[in-house]
Design a protein around this ligand. Structure first.
Ligand code: COA
Ligand code: AMP
Length: 646
């Protein structure tokens, strides 16, 4: 990647290092506040300190009202591009504001007020964004659950967030099938001990839901009536330290973590829009992700709207809905300046259209950069995309917890020199270090734990919902004074960050973060299973896919193939299709240490055809040979040849 101009990055990073509070106080002037803060940062508050205590504001005001007041009312705010329904709908800032006010009125009619939780389980439709902003307008706390999760995952989130209402849609549209959401919501409510007062359902024409429970409400009808009546709802002032939303993410067990984003998080998000993504107000940003993920929260909904941009809400896949040219069409039609997606989406396009036939005839003059996140941008894919699109391809590394990039190449500050394979340089706010397991700093180029010196900047999680103790234990205790990212990597001599993988049992499947521990819990729940191990094995399209190895209880008469099929169905049923769990393999034994610890890393290395690092403490090394034979016999190793070839 070439430097496009003399970068201001080092000066800006240095300014943050010299005066972190002053840096963020300056950034905070880009937000409208109803009352100012006592101090930009108070280290005595919260778990590790809090940003902008005492200040009040409202997220919806900053995303909508202020832009309408400043004359952007007629500018498109949200474009719903829905190849799966064959529709394209444009909402101006004035339209969107009116709709958010109308739906805020509906929510308020159902008892939603400041601090109440609203669980959102919806596909990529404008009503989902409207619901998020309507909740924020009321000072309520939304928690969006990705549609690809099954009822039990939804239930654990309902249980933890204790929402007053759930807002859902009757269905989502996946290639080749319509997914009915309402039965999943009903089942989740049965499974949860917390019962929301209302379930507001937006009916979609592709499949209407039966609104048969007393708590069921036809959200669309009430929304239309409120809109027709021109109902207005003022923005409720909330504290900068009040939660804006909760977003659950995979932990190392089946119990997800409720990452809290506070209202002050807007300060950092707004700052990133120009500094990192290089956008100016009025320009269009296309983030092809899902509102169920952090990338969707930050860069489909809040970042672009805070910045007065036009944001594209894309309901479809990169390929197959109907073709591999949809991203390019959307860019062309909406004068998109920056595309943000996961590398896996580009791999899908590259597989379908390696020569870029769908791009021919289009020049995409508006496009300035392609941003990739969610998983490491592999150099092959990044180079292919840069060659095709003729714009810089910029990897950025972050997590649900941080809400915005820990490391990136800041387009707005001027690109720094960075190699493909690197997430470039740490962003202001992130004092990034590489340490060994005892917390000792490691030299340049040496792989270790990536940790961030406390305090974290605005936008990063102040805690987990109702669980300060788990927050401390999971993130802050292993390396005192630091936040543990649970990513492994190194920083080279030029200060560039290379993120190489997780240090825990999280795997990354098509840019989706999943817990193998959670999947093991599901497999272990099958009556025939004695023990199991789930590992993420390499996949040319999705990066990784899960593979389960199970040992059956003695005396089980059922055929192993039948049990394997049941296990695949069980993960889909309990966690959801998003897990992409398609491979369960019955084996006689699992490799273990003498103390009984399953050697998951060794199994993964075998499945990926890598040299196996056999620990000295292995109980019986011959088990490795058995596993390798099974992998060979089942054709799992054959995919490696295809991956090299493809
Ligand atoms: N509601 C219901 N089901 C969903 C869903 C949703 N919102 N999203 C995905 N699913 C289902 C899919 O239909 C699929 O089901 P199947 O097993 O019956 O085929 C399964 O979950 C896995 O989905 P996905 O991982 O999306 O795989 P895919 O094969 O459908 O598509 C890609 C592969 C690479 C095209 C796709 O994963 C993609 O576009 N990824 C981009 C990644 C991304 O947005 N990451 C977010 C962080 S930036
Ligand atoms: P999520 O919380 O779902 O955003 O997933 C966060 C995890 O995805 C990180 O901890 C990394 O393991 C991985 N990840 C995200 N972006 C990148 C990237 N650019 N490079 C490497 N890993 C990434």
């Amino acid at each position: 990647m070439k430097r496009s101009e003399a970068s201001r990055y080092h000066a800006v990073y240095g300014a943050w290092q010299n005066d972190p509070s002053g840096f963020w106080a300056e950034a905070a002037t880009a937000i409208d506040w109803f009352s100012s803060w006592d101090t930009p940062f108070d280290a005595a508050l919260g778990v590790y300190g809090r940003w902008f205590p005492g200040a009040t504001t409202n997220v919806a005001h900053n995303c909508l009202d202020r832009h309408v007041a400043a004359g952007r009312g007629d500018q498109p705010a949200l474009v719903h591009e829905s190849p799966v329904t064959g529709t394209r709908t444009v909402f101006t800032y004035a339209d969107l504001t009116a709709r958010v006010e109308a739906f805020a009125a509906v929510l308020a009619d159902h008892g939603v007020g400041k601090g109440d939780r609203v669980v959102v389980y919806m596909p990529m439709i404008p009503e989902a964004v409207i619901t998020m902003l309507a909740a924020a307008r009321l000072g309520a706390v939304h928690s969006v659950v990705f549609g690809g999760f099954a009822a039990r995952e939804l239930a654990t989130r309902i249980e933890d967030a204790e929402p007053k209402v759930i807002v859902s849609a009757s269905c989502g549209i996946e290639p080749g099938r319509v997914v009915a959401y309402k039965p999943l919501v009903d089942e989740a409510i049965v499974l949860s001990s917390h019962k929301p007062a209302f379930n507001l359902v937006f009916q979609r024409p592709q499949s209407a839901a039966a609104l048969s429970r007393a708590e069921d409400v036809d959200a669309g009808a009430l929304f239309a009536a409120a809109l027709a009546a021109g109902r207005r709802v003022a923005c409720v002032p909330v504290e900068a330290t009040d939660p804006h939303y909760i977003l659950y993410t995979s932990g190392t067990t089946g119990v997800p973590k409720g990452v809290v984003r506070d209202t002050a998080g807007m300060v950092a998000l707004k700052w990133t829009m120009h500094a990192i993504y290089g956008l100016s107000p009025g320009e269009a940003f296309f983030t092809a992700s899902d509102i169920g993920w952090v990338v969707g929260h930050s860069y489909i909904v809040y970042g672009p709207l805070l910045h007065g941009c036009t944001t594209v809400l894309y309901e479809g896949k990169p390929v197959g809905t109907p073709d591999a040219g949809q991203f390019w069409r959307v860019i062309e039609q909406n004068n998109v300046v920056a595309l943000f997606t996961a590398p896996t989406a580009l791999r899908a396009i590259k597989k379908e259209d390696p020569e870029g036939r769908f791009l021919s005839g289009r020049t995409l003059p508006s496009l300035r950069a392609l941003f990739l996140a969610g998983e490491r941008a592999d150099p092959d894919t990044a180079e292919w995309a840069s060659h095709l699109l003729k714009v810089p391809v910029i990897d950025n590394w972050w997590q649900t917890e941080t809400g915005w990039p820990i490391a990136a190449n800041p387009l707005g500050l001027g690109l720094v020199h960075a190699r493909y394979g690197s997430a470039a340089v740490p962003m202001p706010g992130h004092g990034l270090e590489v340490v060994d397991d005892d917390g000792h700093p490691l030299p340049h180029g040496v792989l270790g734990n990536l940790v961030i010196r406390l305090p974290l900047p605005p936008g990063c999680l102040p805690t987990l919902w109702n669980r300060d103790g788990r927050f401390r234990a999971d993130y802050l205790s292993d390396f005192p004074g630091y936040y543990k990212t649970s990513d492994a990597g190194y920083i080279d001599g030029e200060g560039c960050v290379f993120v190489m993988g997780r240090t825990d049992d999280i795997i990354n499947v098509a840019g989706h973060r999943l817990s193998t521990g959670g999947m093991e819990e599901v497999l272990a729940g099958h009556p025939a299973v004695a023990e199991c191990a789930v590992v993420g094995i390499s996949d040319a399209l999705k990066g990784q896919t899960p593979c389960g190895f199970v040992v059956l209880k003695s005396g089980v008469g059922q055929a192993p193939a039948e049990i394997e099929a049941e296990l695949v169905a069980r993960v889909r049923q309990i966690i959801g299709p998003v897990a992409s769990f398609r491979l369960a393999i019955v084996v006689d034994r699992l490799p273990k240490t003498r103390s009984g610890k399953i050697l998951r890393a060794a199994i993964r290395q075998l499945a990926d055809g890598e040299p196996v690092r056999v620990p000295a403490t292995i109980d019986d090394a011959s088990v490795l040979g058995e596993i390798e034979d099974v992998l060979q016999a089942r054709g799992v190793l054959d995919r490696l040849a295809e991956q090299v070839g493809g």
